[in-house]
Design a protein around this ligand. Structure first.
Ligand SMILES: CC(C)[C@H](C(=O)O)[C@@H](O)C(=O)O
Ligand code: SF4
Length: 473
């Protein structure tokens, strides 16, 4: 008998009860916390005299406010220092494992979970952060939660939730040269809209998704929320298990791996599972996608013209007009040749070793354009070390990139890494909202990591496929 989708199965296996509100009480397998959204929740717990129910299922890191240059304490920014100190106190009192920068394991919350192997198929994972959907790449059911829910999870290990519908997004075929996971998700959001996923969880499937490495799958799941979906996931397969086999959790404990694997396999969506909606996208047709506007849904293929707001559905016209004014672009132009001032390679979407490796191949033997300030911010200290060991840091720094310490950095500019004035930034992050990178006049163009470094080298938005040809000629 079909038990349904991965979503149905993980949901059922974590259901404690149905609450009087009609919501489901779900048990949480992993609660990730960071410095920005947890302090208030810990405060609420203290007010009620409650303890953290499952410190062993809770894991903390510091990412948003952490400086990426000088990390000596106290931090130069007193607000950042205060947040850090508060997190330190909270985790110490509760006995929660904390990957602070002295451990060598610190990093963006959505990078460290998978790399340590605590992100696993069939787990329910929550975090007070909208990009928690990233962990769905492993077949986990992972979603961002708000402050009062963080409190609930800290106090009870459970969360009250409404069940969502499931939309299967099948990406068929093979991605072309220079086209990456990031382009797939930007294309999905462009087609379905930033609100298109409201009420849904996205299951990403199809040949093009299956052939992605785990890093690529994470980039896609990461941006589910930008498409309005509460969560996104990929069914676990051999690639997933292979990744996990090599993590801290399992490398020294192969028995544990063998014990858990049947469960992981059992949560895969059944062949005959029913979906509330199915969307099919032809992966063969895609090209690198860049945004022209101020939402992640305002994207186009690098060779395509920027749309005329008048040609868009009525509801989208006004925001498109305002976005074009802010970005100073006109309908009919392509984004190719758009001048940039800053290049940011980082964020929980694209700052893993595989991302840096691909980008370094483009950078090798080239120089950052003299008018561009370019930075690479590894997603975690482990990524940073590995990249340094294999010589990627040297490739980037010799080309003129600034090599930083791990953190969220210029993805949202909660530390010193910010755009100035109306600077335009080629960014491998996930949000291009006005003001997102620290300056209200700043302009963000989202793209894949190789496109970011191509833009850094040329000083303008560039089709990386042209640069690659030069490189291999
Ligand atoms: C600070 C945090 C609450 C926020 C989020 O939830 O996503 C941040 O990570 C972001 O990307 O905007
Ligand atoms: S890297 Fe950006 S998107 Fe990811 S958690 Fe940090 S601020 Fe949020």
């Amino acid at each position: 008998m079909s038990e349904g989708t991965l979503y149905d199965k993980v949901w059922d296996r974590h259901t404690v009860t149905t609450l009087p509100t009609g919501q489901t009480q779900l048990f949480v397998g992993l609660h990730l916390i960071h410095e920005v959204t947890s302090p208030q929740a810990f405060g609420m717990l203290r007010e009620r005299g409650l303890d953290v129910a499952y410190p062993e299922l809770t894991h903390a890191t510091v990412d948003h406010i952490v400086p990426t240059a000088d990390q000596s304490r106290p931090y130069g920014d007193s607000a950042a220092e205060e947040m850090m100190a508060e997190l330190e106190e909270n985790v110490r009192d509760a006995g929660i494992e904390f990957d602070d920068p002295t451990t060598g394991d610190q990093g963006i919350v959505h990078v460290i979970g998978p790399e340590q192997g605590i992100t696993q198929p069939g787990k329910t994972i929550v975090c007070g952060d909208s990009h928690t959907s990233t962990h769905g790449a492993f077949g986990a059911l992972a979603f961002g939660i708000g402050t009062s829910q963080i409190r609930d999870v800290l106090a009870t290990g459970c969360i009250a939730m409404e069940k969502q519908k499931v939309r299967k997004i099948e990406v068929t075929g093979e991605l072309g040269d220079g086209v990456e996971a990031k382009d797939v998700i930007l294309e999905i959001i462009r087609r379905l809209g930033t609100e298109g996923g409201v009420g849904y969880v996205y299951e990403y499937a199809g040949e093009a998704i299956e052939s992605l490495d785990m890093e690529g799958r994470m980039s896609i799941c990461n941006m589910s929320i930008e498409g309005g979906a509460r969560a996104g996931y990929v069914n676990p397969d051999e690639k997933t298990y292979e990744w996990l086999r090599n993590t801290d959790e399992f490398a020294d404990d192969p028995e544990k791996f063998e014990r858990l694997k049947p469960y992981w396999e059992s949560v895969r969506s059944d062949e005959d599972a029913e979906y509330d909606d199915v969307v099919v996208i032809d992966g063969n047709e895609l090209e690198p996608v860049v945004t022209w506007g101020t939402t992640p849904g305002q994207g186009i293929g690098i060779s395509e013209p920027i749309p005329d707001p008048d040609d868009l559905p009525k509801a989208k016209q006004e925001t498109a007009r305002r976005a074009q004014e802010h970005m100073r672009v006109s309908p009919g132009e392509t984004m190719e040749g758009y001048k940039i001032d800053v290049a940011f390679l980082g964020s929980c979407t694209n700052s893993r070793l595989a991302d840096l490796r691909r980008a370094a191949k483009i950078v090798e033997g080239r120089q950052v354009h003299p008018d561009v300030r370019a930075m690479v911010v590894p997603g975690s200290q482990r990524v940073q070390r590995a990249a340094e060991e294999e010589g990627l840091k040297d490739i980037f720094t010799e080309a003129g990139f600034d090599w930083r310490n791990a953190g969220c950095s210029m993805c949202l500019g909660m530390n010193e890494d910010q755009l100035q004035g109306d600077e335009a930034c080629a960014s491998s992050s996930n949000r291009n909202f006005i003001g997102r990178q620290g300056s209200k006049d700043g302009r963000t163009i989202l793209m894949n990591p190789r496109m970011v470094v191509a833009a850094a080298i040329k000083g303008e938005v560039t089709d990386v496929r042209e640069l690659r040809e030069v490189a291999t000629a």
